[in-house]
Design a protein. Structure first.
Lengths: 113, 112
């Protein structure tokens, strides 16, 4: 089944403890992206990657890092999480930057205490 | 950059009624406008999309209309059913094709 897989789905952590949310897609998509969803704010893009080793900032990149060493994986790294990073995170992918249809993962709910 | 406004934020209808959600966008260079449905505990799923060379598109009970001159597009759901209850998001793709800019969402409740 074609899908975007995120892990963990739920995580509670404490301020300053580094964490990584993994994202993997099995559709051979070139483009991948991370969004965060907050009540009343909709979805906002954190980072995106147009291909392996090519990443760029979205609208809300502060406090996050990403890497794209392989085509299928696009992990989101929080080096020193803070409470304002408590959110619902979604990874998404599409065929290429020129293609349109974006497929989302099921989401990762992160709580930072 | 692109900005997308979505209204209403909540919408309650009776089963069988129609539901309409409206969005406006700011960047006239945007050419792709998808609608996503998000059910509780799940990621957004594409339900219909429209490109700027088309004014209207239908898929069974769902239709989307686009007015490029006025920079607004709308989602129409006819004969609503309880399973249509969800959060709906409109979006506009930026000119570079690197991001979808989302509206803040509409919570649709369909009561039987």
């Amino acid at each position: 089944e074609a899908q975007v897989t995120q892990n963990p789905r739920y995580l509670i952590t404490v301020t300053g403890k580094k964490l990584t949310v993994t994202c993997s897609q099995n559709m051979n998509h070139e483009y991948m992206s991370w969004y965060r969803q907050d009540p009343g704010l909709g979805l906002r893009q954190i980072y995106y990657s147009m291909n392996v080793e090519v990443t760029d900032k979205g609208d809300v990149p502060e406090g996050y890092k990403v890497s794209r060493k392989e085509k299928r994986n696009f992990p989101l790294i929080l080096e020193s999480p803070s409470p304002n990073q408590t959110s619902l995170y979604f990874c998404a992918s599409k065929q290429s930057s020129g293609a349109n249809v974006l497929t989302f993962g099921a989401g990762s709910r992160l709580t930072v205490l | 950059g692109e900005n997308v406004e979505q209204h209403p934020s909540t919408l309650s209808v009776q089963e069988g009624d129609s539901a309409v959600i409206k969005c406006t966008y700011s960047d006239s260079a945007s050419n792709y406008f998808p609608w996503y449905k998000q059910e509780l505990g799940k990621g957004p799923q594409l339900i219909i999309d429209i490109r700027s060379n088309v004014g209207e598109k239908k898929d069974q009970r769902i239709a989307v209309t686009l007015n490029k001159t006025a920079k607004h597009f709308s989602l129409h759901i006819t004969e609503t059913q309880p399973e249509d209850s969800a959060v709906y998001f409109c979006a506009a793709e930026n000119q570079a094709g690197t991001a979808l800019i989302f509206g803040k969402g509409t919570t649709l409740s369909v009561s039987s």
